[in-house]
Design a protein. Structure first.
Length: 98
């Protein structure tokens, strides 16, 4: 039974990674709700200068230093998915009843 679950989890992870790479470039180019409010209220510049954007490893959902916007966004989706899967796996390892 464990072998079947392991295979299912592995296939699911592969599908999630493929989807992250293929679908990320089609994300909306318009700002999300909070960013839109910041633009409308006129404090977006302050947020960009002093906020988390300045120190963000993947600012604006695009991996910095990559020439192609499509590849940069796909790479950001891949890395974000890997980080999320890793955090979920680590939480699962620590809360499993032994």
């Amino acid at each position: 039974m464990k072998k079947n679950i392991g295979g299912f989890v592995f296939i699911s992870l592969i599908i999630a990674l493929i989807l992250a790479i293929l679908i990320s470039p089609f994300a909306s180019p318009w700002p999300d709700g909070l960013e839109k409010v910041a633009e409308d209220k006129g404090f977006i510049e302050e947020a960009l200068e002093e906020g988390v954007w300045k120190y963000s490893p993947i600012p604006d959902y695009a991996f910095p230093g990559v020439g192609s916007e499509v590849i940069a966004t796909a790479l950001a989706g891949l890395i974000g998915t890997l980080i999320t899967i890793t955090i979920g796996w680590l939480i699962g390892k620590f809360i499993v009843v032994k």
